[in-house]
Design a protein around this ligand. Structure first.
Ligand code: 13P
Ligand code: SF4
Length: 303
């Protein structure tokens, strides 16, 4: 492993490459990345970097977002099979049908969507800014997709009518966390504060002390010491929390909250990706231009 890490470092220098990793990546992948973050942070970093090559360790929609924001850079995803199942739940035909049913509504899409659907949106949001973005829209009715649980969270910040598209979109890794899991974890750690991702079901969100994006959770935990937290998100985040907020104790709300697609990226695949500069993320130019507008609008609206 040490040899592989050295080879990766040498390739990064030789090719002026940067490795970006999402908070759910394997520990060893996080540790070799220049930057580890949530979807919003990774989109911003991808836009600011001076690297020629971006190795994106995450799932398809994240790498696509980096590519859309960087038309003149090469964006590589080390495994093309790292496909977010939630993003697949909103193909453009479904969105087109909802738009013709609600012609006056504005469309806010979670960044966890296909590029072809983003191209039809008025604005993109992430888990870190969903409430802020919905509030900033002009229309009183918002088509919001694909995550119905995030729509529930976004609704809390506004009196606008939010229509989820599709009706029951969700992330399988978060949606499976139940109230029973929460109760069991709370019984085992009665002093722990409950922190959950807005992709969790409404009943779980309603019991939480904090609802935050993955990096939002890290920020909250870094600000305190000698606290216990129950973490209601993908368990990969625990690595970063333990590393960056070591004065606290962290327990997963559910041990089965694992995103198999996030775990597909390995050091071996990263080395191959750097070496061969593929698989490159390629988006048809027509879609790329249209999808960039709502992403840039989000970046401009979000502080
Ligand atoms: P964050 O933007 O909060 O990291 O969430 C991304 C994601 O895919 C959660 O499942
Ligand atoms: Fe998609 Fe859920 Fe995995 Fe996030 S955790 S990438 S929403 S499947």
């Amino acid at each position: 492993m040490a040899m592989r890490k050295e080879r990766i470092e040498a390739l990064k220098r030789k090719k002026n490459a940067i490795i970006l990793a999402h908070n759910y990546q394997r520990a060893e992948v996080q540790d070799i990345a220049e930057f580890v973050g949530d979807s919003l942070e990774l989109a911003r970093i991808a836009m600011d970097t001076t690297a020629d090559l971006i190795i994106f360790c995450g799932v398809d929609f994240m790498a696509e977002t980096a590519a859309i924001l960087n038309p003149h850079k090469k964006v590589i995803i080390p495994d093309v099979c790292a496909i977010c199942p939630m993003a697949q739940q909103l193909p453009q035909e479904v969105l087109r049908a909802a738009k013709s049913e609600h012609p006056d509504a504005e469309v806010v899409l979670y960044v966890n969507t296909l590029a072809e659907s983003k191209a039809l949106a008025d604005c993109i949001c992430t888990s870190a800014n969903a409430q802020e973005i919905v509030r900033a829209m002009d229309a009183p009715t918002i088509l919001f997709g694909p995550d119905r649980n995030l729509a529930y969270h976004a609704q809390k910040g506004t009196s606008k009518t939010i229509i989820p598209v599709p009706e029951h979109g969700n992330c399988p890794s978060h949606h499976q966390i139940t109230l029973e899991d929460l109760q069991e974890a709370k019984d085992a750690h009665p002093n722990a504060r409950i922190m959950v991702h807005p992709e969790c079901i409404p009943e779980v969100q309603d019991r939480a002390d904090y609802i935050a994006s993955t990096s939002g959770m890290v920020k909250i935990c870094k600000a305190v010491e000698d606290e216990e937290f129950l973490i209601g998100t993908e368990i990969g985040l625990l690595h970063r929390l333990e590393k960056e907020a070591p004065g606290n104790k962290f327990y997963p709300l559910s041990n089965t909250a694992v995103c198999p697609q996030m775990k597909m990226i390995t050091l071996e695949k990263i080395e191959a990706a750097l070496e061969h500069e593929q698989p490159e993320v390629v988006i048809p130019p027509g879609i790329m231009e249209k999808a960039r507008k709502p992403i840039e609008r989000m970046l401009a609206l979000s502080v």
